[in-house]
Ligand binder design. Structure first.
Ligand code: AMP
Length: 504
């Protein structure tokens, strides 16, 4: 069915045409007519299915009638992370460029007063993370009694992040008669309960998991040793050996590992940025901008930080850790092989990961083969086993020399992309960037709000969220000293060695 048959306004259809979308995606085709008919919608869909436009386009159509009043937003969209909220705001800019609507972003980590000023001027679309929204509401700066339409996006991620109590509070602050659009990728019992409590006779719209897209993704396991430095070494060799490498997202299970791995990769001369919950907003934005623009080739991220980010055209995904939840594997590898392109997903598997891999294979209904031996695999290349004497600060001369001597060792293995075979000059790892990504304490007020509790799934493994936050802010984050790592295959393609200049 073409967009023109869905009931969208002419202005919205013009914006869709400008965006160049030939046809609605399944979630758009199924959801948009119901949204326009003012029905509650329960959408079971993941990012990458076009679900953002499935609610933004009909909202724009509906908002063409009526006007915003001071402090009383007409519509409210809840997102679990600041990045997702910012992404939805971008969608309103993109599709709503023919409209004169006031769109406000209410997220943590940015000025409260600026947000207050926007609310005062009247808001048609309020996009918010739950914690900061409740802050404004508790201070009496925001009235939710005028909300005609509520969108709860990525509800299962809200659950993971401990936001469900906040969502319940917000649902009670908006009028009972509002329309609700509820999106989730999965339906755990707690989400089921929320939908029964807060949706009124919803239309259920379900689009298939990206298991179909996975056909475009080459998935492989890569064997590694037990120690952390084994994994880092395996990762570096896997990156260097990757075919048709353009850029990659590297997933870790914990935000601390994200920071450690980032430092390690930068020290080894890789052009990498990191994204995790301890970074302040400007550092997150700078990291994402650097990766999206191609300035940085590697983005190291945790699941929570990367969830739902629209980063088109990623050639590779590396699972530095096998995810604890099989669902996360599907989300992670879905970052590549998008929009008709092919992609590759490598998962580094250590001796204790068997059960987690079996869970994944069960979920995706296929077994994932092991990759061929990589260049510099210690098991087969004794010549590469000599430890590097200063792994923490490789020098220009050292690196150049080693590159030369290793050139031949690639022999019969799969090499890096052809255009990158040229020897690269050694560039010092960008020190400033390291500093930019050091975790910075947030203000005490921010600590108390759930949208400033980054990565709770990671935190839950050790202690309640609040305590961890306290601990995080009491102790300066230790700069981990890595053991000298074996230096298998230090050949680096030139594009991975370019230093990155931070924008923030
Ligand atoms: P989402 O699932 O909302 O994160 O959307 C994923 C991507 O699909 C975004 O980059 C959108 O620009 C794109 N997109 C949304 N709707 C369509 C469509 N009808 N045709 C092609 N691409 C689309």
């Amino acid at each position: 069915m073409p967009f023109s048959k869905l009931g969208l306004s002419d202005k919205v259809l013009a914006a869709v045409q400008t965006a160049g979308y030939p046809n609605p995606t399944p979630i758009q085709e199924q959801a948009i007519p119901h949204v326009l008919a003012r029905r509650d919608v329960l959408g079971i869909a993941q990012t990458g299915t076009g679900k953002t436009a499935a609610f933004v386009l009909p909202m724009l159509t509906m908002l063409e009638k009526g006007r915003a009043r001071a402090r009383m937003p007409r519509t409210l969209i809840l997102e679990p992370t600041r990045e997702l909220a910012a992404q939805v705001e971008e969608s309103f800019e993109k599709y709503g460029k023919n409209h004169k609507l006031n769109v406000a972003l209410i997220i943590g980590g940015v000025s409260f007063d600026d947000q207050d000023g926007k609310l005062m001027r009247g808001v048609d679309v309020l996009i918010a993370t739950p914690g900061r929204l409740l802050d404004h509401s508790e201070r009496g700066r925001l009235l939710m009694s005028g909300v005609e339409l509520l969108v709860i996006d990525e509800a299962d991620r809200m659950l993971d992040m401990g936001f469900i109590p906040d969502i319940e509070r917000i649902c009670k602050l908006v009028p009972f008669t509002r329309q609700t659009l509820f999106f989730t990728a999965t339906m755990p019992a707690e989400i089921q309960r929320i939908t029964e409590q807060f949706l009124h006779n919803p239309v259920r719209v379900e689009v298939s998991r990206p298991a179909t897209t996975a056909a475009a993704i080459l998935q492989q396991l890569v064997k590694t040793g037990r120690e952390p430095h084994d994994k880092r070494d395996t990762l570096r060799r896997t990156i260097r050996a990757a075919d048709s490498f353009k850029n990659a997202i590297i997933f870790c299970n914990r935000k601390r590992e994200v920071a450690q791995l980032h430092r390690s990769l930068v020290r080894h001369g890789f052009n990498a940025v990191a994204l995790h919950g301890d970074l302040d907003q400007s550092a997150r934005t700078a990291a994402l901008d650097a990766f999206r623009s191609g300035e940085a080739k590697l983005l190291i991220a945790s699941d929570v930080a990367a969830r739902g980010l629209d980063i088109p055209d990623v050639s590779h995904v590396f699972n530095f850790d096998v995810p604890h939840h099989a669902d996360d594997y599907v989300h992670r590898i879905g970052r590549t092989g998008r929009a008709g392109k092919t992609g590759t997903a490598y998962t580094i598997v250590g001796p204790g990961d068997g059960r987690a891999v079996a869970e994944i294979e069960k979920l995706i209904g296929q077994s994932i083969p092991f990759a061929d031996a990589l260049p510099g695999d210690p098991a087969q290349a004794d010549a590469l086993a000599a430890p590097y004497d200063s792994a923490s600060e490789p020098r220009r001369d050292d690196r150049g020399g080693r590159n030369k001597s290793r050139g031949g060792s690639r022999g019969g293995h799969r090499g890096p992309p052809r255009e990158h075979h040229r020897e690269a000059p050694r560039v010092e790892a960008p020190r400033a960037q390291d500093a930019r990504h050091e975790p910075r304490p947030e203000s005490p007020r921010q600590e108390t709000r759930p949208d400033h509790r980054p990565e709770p799934r990671e935190q839950r493994q050790t202690a309640p969220v609040a305590r961890i936050d306290d601990a995080r802010h009491r102790q300066a984050p230790a700069r981990p000293r890595e053991p000298a790592e074996p230096s298998g295959g230090d050949h680096l393609p030139a594009f991975l060695l370019r230093p990155i200049r931070g924008k923030a």
